[in-house]
Design a protein around this ligand. Structure first.
Ligand SMILES: Nc1ncnc2c1ncn2[C@@H]1O[C@H](COP(=O)(O)OP(=O)(O)O)[C@@H](O)[C@H]1O
Ligand SMILES: [Mg+2]
Length: 171
């Protein structure tokens, strides 16, 4: 059984990477939709345009999924601060700001949202939180600036194998 958290600033490629794990039989929790579908929030922050997550409820619901599935990927904003004992490894995706800007503008993010995220990426905010929460030994960092999702996945599969975790492609 292995539980992998995937985190990173928006646009670094978390959801795309998670899809490839899904193809290999992993149960994938996409935190943003998981929170909404299971009503794991305390309310809605209108100013930020985001749900206020009920952490207790979220952790309980994640535990339910972990009980029923062997290999699980948890991806999205918030994956960097889950209780460390639930997570075996944390993959942090990074991207050079010039490329992140391109990806986020293609996604239709507002100027302000793009600047906010570029700033967060420059300062390594998510990486810092992941390191702080999980510790260096559980954190793996991958830069996605010049790597396609498929190439990235292959590199990660090789790294996981070195750590004794076998991810097999299902055809
Ligand atoms: N490794 C990558 N290389 C190039 N483009 C990528 C890569 N990963 C994702 N993308 C592109 O970047 C955008 C954001 O990817 P997504 O997986 O939705 O990011 P996130 O879930 O981290 O916000 C998408 O348009 C996707 O096609
Ligand atoms: Mg996403």
């Amino acid at each position: 059984m292995v539980v992998i958290a995937i985190c990173g600033t928006p646009g670094t490629g978390k959801s795309e990477l998670a899809k490839l794990f899904e193809k290999c039989g992993f149960k994938v929790i996409h935190l943003s939709s998981f929170v909404i579908e299971n009503k794991l929030y305390q309310g809605y922050d209108k100013a930020r345009g985001a749900y206020i997550i009920d952490e207790g409820k979220l952790v309980d619901k994640i535990k339910e999924v972990l009980e029923k599935n062997n290999n699980v990927v948890i991806e999205g904003i918030g994956a960097e601060v889950l209780p460390s004992k639930l997570v075996d490894l944390c993959i942090v995706l990074t991207c050079e700001p010039f490329m992140l800007e391109k990806r986020l503008s293609e996604r239709g993010f507002s100027y302000e949202k793009i600047q906010e995220n570029l700033e967060a990426e420059r300062f390594g905010v998510i990486l810092g939180e992941a390191m702080n929460n999980y510790g260096k030994s559980k954190v793996m960092i991958f830069d996605t600036t010049y790597t396609s999702v498929e190439e990235l996945f292959q590199v990660i599969v090789d790294e996981l194998r070195k750590r004794g975790i076998d991810v097999e492609k299902k055809t």
